[in-house]
Design a binder for this molecule. Sequence first.
Ligand code: GRF
Length: 210
Amino acid sequence: MTPSSQPSRVAVFASGNGSNLQALLDRAQREGAPYRVVRVVSDRPRCKAVERAREAGVPVFAHRVNEFPDKAQYEQAIRAVLAEDQVAWVVLAGYMRLVGPDLLAPYRGRMVNIHPSLLPAFPGKSAIADAFAAGVDVTGVTVHFVDEGLDTGPVIAQWRIPVQPGWGLEQLEAAIHRVEHRLYPAVVEHLVSEAAQQGPDNLGNGVDER
Ligand code: GRF
């Protein structure tokens, strides 16, 4: 962040525990942080992530998809909220849905996801267990741009985690989450700071249809 620039306006999407959301919120509290979490979006209104957002005083959009006629209209509603909030970056943190084309369009290149494996290995919902069951020596964490696919967008950063002899699934999960909680806020800070060097944020109002 340059001294005169404002922190970038970030929305975090989460469906579950929200430990990555918490790490992102904590980092944003630091003096001089280059981003601010201005909205949390969840498709599970009762999840822990929503609780964490409310505790942090961050406005929440928390609705089930089936409250809307279809997924497209659910995502239209989210898009309208993000435009209203002037959100420049969307950070998926355990959001358990594929983002549809109309919501992705204004944020392509400014929507990121974290995944608990070294992509392209072990995409999907049970990546840690899948890697463990496969008996890999090394797994890790990936941060990537979001595209239309499931865990397929261009990779931004990866961190390798050697699986230690004697580790069970629980130890591996703990090691992965420890890395995630440091890596994700650092990568988000880096991305928004780099982008701020390029010029003012495009504020998610749907005009940037790349
Ligand atoms: C993380 O392992 C993340 O990599 C994956 O979903 C999990 C979310 O955990 N996409 P939490 O809700 O942030 O605790």
